[in-house]
Write a protein that binds this ligand. Structure first.
Ligand code: PRX
Length: 630
């Protein structure tokens, strides 16, 4: 699509207005009308979406809401893989690319929908031959290769509950997750490849299994040459595929049967096994993949998340495949062999929808425009962001440098628990940098105080969801008490744990986690607000803010800052940064200390873990940091 002249800059009110053709061509053309139709009849709205999918048996009721427990599509029967695979074979997409994989060396593997379906059926039969049954928990600990997705879908095919653990986690984190889920089987690979280095995944599994005696078998995808030898309790992935027949009838699942468990990344405390179910999750991810990314048959979607995270579950695997998209996956890291690696993939493969995290965008900003400039990014038509607030400077850079000033950006707010995108700016709607947008049709969100009373526009409060939605978590595995906490912290609301501001126009700015709140002289300061101000400075690449106890002010703000390559810290810069925070946030938010660092502790999904910075600062134990990049 050629850009129209008015899309490259914001209007006087600060909104970017996308080319009107986006709206004309979008699946969801009129946000307000869609939202009103949802409010007029919530159940009819979701029933309409569900009706686009294939079911064995229809529902007796769309939703039974017995606060805080919801059941969706009550009595309905389906299998999500039928909608992700079989439906497309029958519907003319058999020879369409379902998955395109790129390795670190640029090698490619392509699976049509027919080929992917065959692989899934074969592996599902293989799992059955090992005695795997509906309801069994299967841990998948694999690199980002097509077999990871085949394994997930094969579990879903036969009704086994997968628990995917990100292949970057160490043995202790893996062991905890295997034990908590009571998994009986682990699917892994001999090695993962990251930045030209070999990660010995199978060794990590072996170590984890020492503390997880319930696991009977390990299936190993062998990639290394010569192939590693296997013990009698270990099974070769490839042989299992070959032995399995190419037709595995899908298990007829109740809409409320569990589909998977996914452990939250655990920025605080012990990991929680978030449980998602077959019917509602299918409907929610299908709808959001189709409408938020506006997936058309010509699109190639690249969501850069690993399927080991919820973003990968929902927008690499289930949502896009249910919507019949072509999906790109890659094992490559963004800066290997050089910081142009990802832009080369966009150019070579013709990616049209690109979905990544602000932390990656800020990293690219730091490397400079010279990298994306070397590539033709003209195939891109929609950009997405997820995982953290997309600060205005990162928005602008993403919009202009990557999107060429004409691609809408969908800044999508959601969580492992929500399963699907909840708040964003739908394609065609005006975009407001710094604001994720409004609740999507089908979702009711609000910003409230501790008692659940709405706070006035422009004031910060707790971001809550005020009613059930199909892809919501149903429980925390073996810990329903922790599930109920989500709904009982603030009366009648699902508490997201995030702080936010909603403006008169309904747009929501997410400020960050509530537990990352700093109270200075009685004022609530979101760490994200301070950080956003700091990264607005041209010398700053990344920033983290923490509160330090202070006898007079309660807390003072301390900031940790990573500078853009080539910049050096000095007192003048510190003063400039303080002035910037004073101007952009408030005088009480000004960091009394700024420390320049080379790295910040992050979760593997890229979230800064402020509690570690704080613990270090105060000289106390940072708790379990085994799953962090520190
Ligand atoms: O704090 C919010 C932040 O990420 C949290 C959810 O993390 P997780 O369960 O790991 O899922 C991440 C991917 C869906 C939220 O509570 N978050 C996510 N998206 C955004 C965001 N913060 C601001 N803007 C977003 N778009």
């Amino acid at each position: 699509m050629e850009p129209s002249p008015d899309t490259g800059s914001a209007d006087p009110a600060g909104y970017y207005r996308p080319d009107p053709r986006y709206r004309q061509e979008a699946w969801l053309k009129d946000y307000s009308a869609a939202y009103e139709s949802f409010l007029a009849d919530r159940e009819a709205f979701w029933e309409g979406v569900a009706g686009e999918l294939d079911w064995y048996a229809r529902w007796d009721a769309v939703c039974k809401w017995d606060y805080p427990n919801a059941r969706w599509f009550v009595g309905a029967k389906a299998n999500i893989t039928v909608n992700c695979l079989d439906r497309h074979l029958a519907g003319g997409r058999a020879d369409k690319t379902a998955l395109l994989w790129r390795g670190e060396g640029g090698e490619e593997r392509r699976f049509t929908y027919r080929e992917l379906a065959t692989a899934v059926n074969r592996f599902a039969n293989g799992l059955k031959s090992l005695g795997v049954q509906k309801g069994d928990r299967i841990c998948i600990y694999m690199p980002l290769v097509p077999e990871q997705i085949v394994a997930m879908l094969a579990c879903a095919r036969i009704g086994a509950v997968h628990s995917v653990v990100f292949g970057g986690f160490g043995s202790a984190a893996l062991g905890t997750r295997i034990r908590d889920a009571d998994a009986t089987l682990v699917i892994t690979a001999d090695i993962g490849l990251r930045r030209g280095k070999v990660i010995p995944l199978k060794e990590i599994v072996d170590e984890a299994l020492q503390s997880a005696p319930g696991v009977e078998r390990t299936i190993v995808l062998r990639r290394a040459d010569p192939p590693m030898s296997l013990s009698p309790r270990e099974v070769d992935f490839g042989s299992l595929m070959e032995a399995g027949g190419a037709d595995c009838p899908p298990e007829v699942m109740d809409a409320e049967d569990p589909l998977f468990i996914l452990y939250t990344s655990g920025t605080t405390g012990a990991p929680k096994g978030i449980v998602h179910t077959c019917g509602g999750y299918m409907v929610g991810t299908y709808y959001t993949a189709k409408t938020v990314f506006d997936i058309k048959d010509r699109d190639l979607l690249w969501c850069t998340a690993d399927p080991g995270w919820i973003t990968g579950h929902s927008y690499v695997v289930y949502g896009p495949l249910a919507a019949g998209a072509s999906v790109l996956i890659t094992e490559t890291t963004p800066d290997y062999p050089d910081p142009g690696a990802w832009w080369k993939i966009v150019q070579d493969c013709g990616v049209t929808i690109f979905y990544t995290a602000p932390t990656a965008i800020r990293m690219f900003m730091r490397f400079g425009e010279k990298w994306p400039e070397q590539y033709d990014l003209g195939s891109l038509r929609i950009l997405g962001s997820v995982g953290e607030p997309l600060n205005p400077e990162a928005f602008e850079w993403y919009y202009h440098v990557i999107g060429g000033g004409c691609c809408p950006i969908v800044d999508t707010w959601w969580q492992t628990e929500t399963g699907m995108i909840m708040i964003t700016t739908m394609i065609g709607e005006p975009m407001r940098p710094g604001y994720a947008g409004r609740p999507i049709p089908g979702v009711e969100a609000a910003v409230v105080d501790r008692e659940g009373r709405p706070v006035p526009p422009g004031k910060s409060g707790f971001l809550v969801i005020t009613g059930p939605w199909p892809a919501m978590l149903r429980t925390v595995y073996r810990n329903d008490e922790r599930y109920r906490e989500y709904w009982h912290t603030i009366p009648d609301c699902y508490t997201t744990g995030d702080l936010a501001v909603q403006e008169e126009d309904g747009y929501i700015m997410v400020l960050g986690r509530g537990d990352d709140l700093i109270i200075v002289s009685g004022h609530n300061i979101g760490t994200a607000e301070v950080e956003s101000a700091l990264v607005a400075h041209e010398a700053v690449a990344e920033a983290a803010a923490i509160g330090k106890p202070d006898p007079i002010r309660g807390n003072t703000v301390k900031a940790f800052v990573i500078l853009i390559e080539g910049q050096t810290p000095d007192e003048r810069l510190t003063r400039d940064l303080q002035a910037l925070v004073r101007r952009m946030v408030s005088p009480v938010a000004v960091p009394s200390e700024i420390e320049y660092v080379d790295a910040l502790p992050k979760t593997r999904s890229g979230k800064i873990v402020r509690r570690v910075l704080k613990a270090r600062e105060l000289g106390i134990d940072p708790g379990d940091i085994s799953t962090l990049e520190v």
